[in-house]
Ligand binder design. Structure first.
Ligand SMILES: [Zn+2]
Length: 531
């Protein structure tokens, strides 16, 4: 395959990078912060389909190649002339018509211009590129020729206790060590490993391609992102700190009930007394780097310590004062400081009820979980329920979970929606009678909030025949069609770009009119404006 951009560009993001709610399903090419670079067919193929949506991939083109390969080009500013011509009648009905089949398909030779890069859909100017076959998205990197050198950075090694009595340098919790590391680490009890690493090239950080882990020269764990099935799109389980937006910490041991075909090895280590050499070889796009460290193991204490501040370790359900690993089959309730902690294993397809919340577990295997309710005291909006807390947050889901909330006593439901309690991320207000339904991506904290605060219009101005509206909203946020103009009996929907809090529209009329801004909860702000 040839580079899809002219002139050729670097890869800024790789397959399987953590996108908090899902895995990155392709690679991103830089467009030097610009729009309008010619996008080329990476090999001979037929343009059979486009997809045009307001968010997500924006303007997106699908090329079909021989042997069932499909290449996908997203966030485009426009398609080739002949495709744009074909789409004209579709645009008339709707500027975002979704999937449109191209009949008959248009054939392109390798290197032909098929589109122009842009920033449509989500994010800033770049080209998102995918190589697909069947239900799998494949890592396209081995199919390209990259001569630029890159550098791997190894930041930290993390030792994770796998039993309540495991201690790491005397501490009964997860411990990180900066790399390089000369001193040996003392571990008592079973443990697993994690690594913080990334690849760096020309001002840009990106995810690694994989690693091999050796214990005394024997390969014990290996990961290589060769691709994944769309079934595992939400499968962020192998990233230890997936809730953070910084560098990823990768598990060096695959999780129990490992759902990934690209990750193989032992789930944890339970080693006899001795001194062991571990070697990790981290692979990048055009480089590799390895390092060694030593772990000295000895017998754990006969009794685990009693932890007063926490009834469980953040990443594992080790209860204080209880000997042995604690993974109860059924849900158990533990009262600590007036709070009921529900701890246990959620079985496949099981529904768990706590307060008004109902959590529908969709995984194919049992997952250890802890749920508890606390008071929400985090923001500007009024809570209508307690806050549902889910632990452990560093064991991600591989499928979306469903949360239903039953609130028959709540009278006015219209402006009440479900939010992530930490960042006030809005999951919607999809009420069916007394029940609110939401899909969530990861174990997090959730709460029902009422948004009565109307959005603000910070600024509105005209430039030639275009109108610009700058907005601000606390709470549910403004949807893409949330900014309207009413003038001389005509309605216009302005295109709202949430990345820049800005709506732009082209008007045919002049005179006195109204700008109307609505948020997702239905709150409205109106401003009189002379267009
Ligand atoms: Zn991308």
């Amino acid at each position: 395959m040839i580079n899809p951009l002219n002139p050729p560009q670097n890869i800024t993001s790789t397959l399987c990078e953590n996108r908090y709610t899902h895995l990155h399903a392709g690679v991103d090419f830089s467009t030097g912060k610009k729009n309008g670079l010619p996008v080329l067919a990476v090999m001979d193929g037929e343009a059979k389909q486009v997809k045009i949506t307001y968010r997500g991939y924006g303007k997106c083109l699908y090329l079909f190649h021989k042997d069932g390969y499909i290449t996908v080009y997203a966030h485009l500013s426009k398609f080739s002339e002949e495709i744009e011509e074909y789409l004209k009648p579709h645009y008339k009905k709707n500027p975002y018509p979704g999937i449109v089949e191209i009949i008959p398909p248009i054939f392109y030779k390798k290197g032909d211009v098929i589109a122009y890069s842009g920033e449509s859909g989500f994010g800033f100017p770049h080209l998102h590129f995918e190589l697909r076959k069947g239900i799998e998205t494949l890592n396209p990197i081995p199919y390209f020729n990259f001569s630029n050198s890159s550098k791997i950075f190894l930041k930290k090694i993390v030792i994770i206790p796998e039993a309540p009595y495991t201690s790491i340098n005397g501490k009964f919790k997860k411990v990180s060590f900066k790399l390089p590391l000369k001193d040996e680490i003392n571990v008592k009890g079973p443990f697993s490993l994690g690594i913080e690493a990334y690849e760096f090239q020309i001002g840009n950080k990106r995810g690694i391609q994989g690693f091999d882990l050796y214990l005394d020269e024997k390969l014990v764990s290996t990961l290589y992102f060769k691709g994944f099935s769309y079934e595992d799109y939400y499968g962020i389980r192998f990233i230890l700190n997936y809730l953070s937006f910084g560098n990823s910490i990768y598990n060096l041991n695959p999780p129990k009930n490992n759902p990934y075909n690209f990750f193989k090895g032992e789930n944890y280590f339970d080693l006899k007394e001795g001194k062991y050499k571990f070697k990790v070889n981290v692979k990048g796009l055009s480089s590799e780097k390895s390092f060694e460290f030593f772990i000295k193991t000895s017998k754990p204490l006969p009794k685990p310590p009693i932890l007063k501040e926490n009834i469980f370790y953040k990443s594992h359900f080790f209860l204080s004062g209880i000997e042995g690993m604690f993974y109860p089959e059924n849900i158990n309730i533990f009262k600590v400081g007036g709070v009921d902690y529900y701890i246990g294993n959620l079985k496949p397809k099981e529904i768990f009820k706590i307060g008004p919340f109902e959590i529908k577990h969709k995984e194919k295997f049992s997952v250890p979980f802890c749920f508890y309710l606390t008071k929400y005291e985090n923001g500007f909006l009024e809570p209508k329920t307690l806050q549902l807390n889910m632990e452990p947050k560093d064991l991600g889901l591989t499928k979306r979970a469903e949360i239903n909330v039953n609130l028959p006593e709540l009278k006015e439901k219209e402006k009440v929606g479900i939010y992530g309690a930490r960042g006030n991320f809005y999951y919607g207000n999809n009420w069916e009678g007394d029940k609110l339904k939401a899909e969530v991506f990861a174990p997090d904290d959730y709460v029902l909030l009422e948004d009565k605060i109307p959005p603000e219009i910070l600024k509105a101005y005209k430039k030639k025949n275009k109108v610009f509206v700058i907005t601000k909203d606390i709470g549910s946020g403004i949807p893409w069609d949330g900014v309207q103009v009413k003038i001389l009996g005509r309605d216009y929907i302005l295109e709202y770009d949430p990345d820049h809090y800005k709506a732009i529209g082209e008007l045919k009329d002049k005179g006195k009119g109204e700008i109307i801004v609505k948020d997702r909860a239905g709150n409205k702000r109106i401003k009189i404006f002379h267009f």
